[in-house]
Design a protein around this ligand. Sequence first.
Ligand SMILES: Cc1ncc(COP(=O)(O)O)c(C=O)c1O
Length: 454
Amino acid sequence: MSDTKENSEILYATTPSARLNKVIPGGAHTYSRGDDQYPSNAPQILERGKGSYVWTPEGQQFLDYGMALRAVSIGYAEPSINAAAIRGLEAGNSLTRASMIELEAAERLVSMIDSVDMVKFTKNGSTATSAAVKLARAYTGRTLIARCAQHPFFSYDDWFIGSTPITKGIPQETINQTKTFGYNDIDSLKTLIAEYPDKIACVILEPASMECPATIAPPMGNGKPRNFLQEVEDVCNTHGIVFILDETITGFRWDMKGAQHTYGVKPDLCTFGKAMANGFSVAAVAGRREIMELGSIDKPGKERLFLLSTTHGAEMSGLAAFLATMNFLEENKVIPHLWSYGEALSKAINQVSAAHGLSNHFSAAGPAANPYYATVKDDGTPWFELRTLFAQEMIKQGILMPWLAFSYRHGNDELERTRVALDHAMHICARAVNEGMDKYLAGPAIKPVFRKYN
Ligand SMILES: Cc1ncc(COP(=O)(O)O)c(C=O)c1O
């Protein structure tokens, strides 16, 4: 920049938030990190994290329940994971041909997940799910995508964003190609398939998000009960549709073999990401050989599919962190810890909420390894002001709780500290429910990410 006055304005004259929004559209590289997702007293910028805590540049410490948008499940700056990543760096980080670490990481993932014969690593969950969709279209020769309506996010790519209210910049043709069905509503999927016979290339959903798969009783009491995901698998098999499970969040939180193992299904393709390398950028599309090998080059004469070819897809620091993360999860029983911490946390939230007479407005629910808290008005619609006030009051107690993500480094001390803070925050929330939110809310209410207008 040539203008030094403007330069110094950017550097010194404004808040971190103003500086961020001046040079980064949205003020961060994920919309859920943006100002509109936090109360006005939230830290605008962070400097570092360790274990379950984060710090501002001024040294203010927060117990964190955001955990880098669920990218960290062991804890920030975990020494053995960092040491592995450094070994990857010292080995060159990115070489001219495939690396030893790349082979080891691929063989490890294939050996862990029963449905997986081949894997391609990438840097973000979005590129993994988009690659799965492309594979499904190529494999079936069909165009339409059926995605689960209740699951909040699959990709920043047009095939998904076109099915949200934020359609600006997306061709209508692309918007028309993604259809939705309901979670735990197999009839809605069957109806969609009947409406578009032989047109749907893939069904994509998370194994579980706010809800787990419901058990469906066998017809006339004959046979074993099945769950919703098993029904989805059957329907996909019957209609030649590729069954894609997005395990970006559930992957190594439900079970080392994925939530697909927990729920007894074998997807054709699955995707992983988020915490698979404890905060390092690693994601993957994986699955059945017959579909994955559409991207292979060792099938002479076969028409080629260009599958995830990126310069940094197999960065050695990240893949070394992935291998070390898998070791750590196995050796330290991280997954059982996540389930028990989540259960205790949800219980604490509901107990404190009830003690303050807030049960109708504030509750925690969902699978214990990945629960959520909801704030609702009398009519059951989301109450953003209450959510904002709660987050504001938790921040006053030194706790950042935009949602409920926790790690192996959230222990008893953190749980106890959280209980005390919950009591304070719910006390204020109860007063505001009776006396009016404006009296207690210091700034604007947070807004949903998927809204059409700012
Ligand atoms: C279920 C799911 N799939 C895919 C993605 C996209 O991952 P990324 O942000 O790494 O592109 C996300 C991100 O929130 C997600 O939650």
